[in-house]
Design a protein around this ligand. Structure first.
Ligand SMILES: C[S@@+](CC[C@H](N)C(=O)[O-])C[C@H]1O[C@@H](n2cnc3c(N)ncnc32)[C@H](O)[C@@H]1O
Length: 242
């Protein structure tokens, strides 16, 4: 189990934007999901529950799951402080404790990149199982082009790789938050074509692929993210289960 998060829980605890993804990736993913008031959304790999809480405060019924006990404990602690009705369970993406066709939508926000190819494929199959026909899946992640970009001005995210970067390549990721604190993780590279073809095989259609630009306003929010803007920092993918 990849629990690099166990040691870094404090880094991820937040109730307002902290890393660049909280200004760019996550709000865009929530917008792409659309109005889910009264519907069931599975926040898979929910971490400390940042997105779960945003959705629950908009009257969405949220089921949060994660395989990291410390991350989930932090999420549950927030829920005890401010009860939003979120139900959290410990689960791996490839073994979810939910019935077939039980959720209106599922989110995998910055989750798949932390998993090796075999687990990503099994996880997508499992997530597909729980989504109702006509329901949607949202994937959100650092833009696939970032790993192969050698732009020294992009300070918030760096990758090291041994050899060429292709689908399933293992990478060392260094993420820097707004206070300059570094978070290191083992991640894997996946292209847009990889995600699309895996979802295609599982019978998803109506793809919306949004390549998200890091704007000057986002960069101005903190010098730790460098001065460079106008590049694709993140990507959101929405697909509908047929
Ligand atoms: C960067 S955090 C993102 C948390 C949340 N989705 C967000 O965007 O705020 C990634 C989370 O994915 C979880 N995760 C990674 N691989 C997982 C897997 N195979 N099964 C369940 N959770 C996983 C980690 O434990 C971690 O909490």
């Amino acid at each position: 189990m990849n629990d690099s998060f166990a040691k870094e829980v404090d880094f991820w605890i937040k109730d307002k934007p902290k890393v660049l993804g909280d200004l760019c990736n996550r709000p865009a993913a929530i917008n792409l999901l659309g109005d889910m008031s009264g519907k069931i959304v599975a926040d898979i790999g929910c971490g400390t529950g940042y997105i779960s809480r945003i959705l629950a405060s908009k009257n969405v019924i949220v089921w949060g799951s994660d395989n990291s006990i410390p991350m989930l404990e932090a999420a549950k602690k927030e829920e005890r402080k401010n009860n939003l009705g979120i139900i959290y369970v410990k689960a791996d993406i490839n073994n979810l404790p939910y019935k077939n066709d039980s959720v209106d939508a599922a989110l995998l926000i910055s989750v798949l990149v932390y998993n090796e190819p075999d687990l990503v494929k099994k996880g997508l199959l499992e997530v597909s199982r729980i989504i109702k026909k006509g329901g949607s899946l949202i994937l959100a992640h650092p833009h696939p082009s970032i790993a192969s970009q050698s732009n020294p001005k992009i300070k918030w995210l760096k990758y090291k790789s041994e050899g060429d970067i292709t689908d399933g390549s293992a990478l060392k990721q260094c993420y820097i938050d707004k206070d300059g604190i570094e978070f290191h993780a083992n991640v894997w590279h996946y292209s847009t074509e990889f995600y699309k073809s895996e979802l295609d095989k599982l019978g998803f259609a109506d793809f919306i692929i949004n390549d998200l630009i890091v704007t000057k306003d986002m960069i101005n929010a903190s010098p730790h993210w460098g001065t460079s803007h106008g590049y694709f920092g993140f990507q959101n993918i929405k697909a509908t289960k047929q």
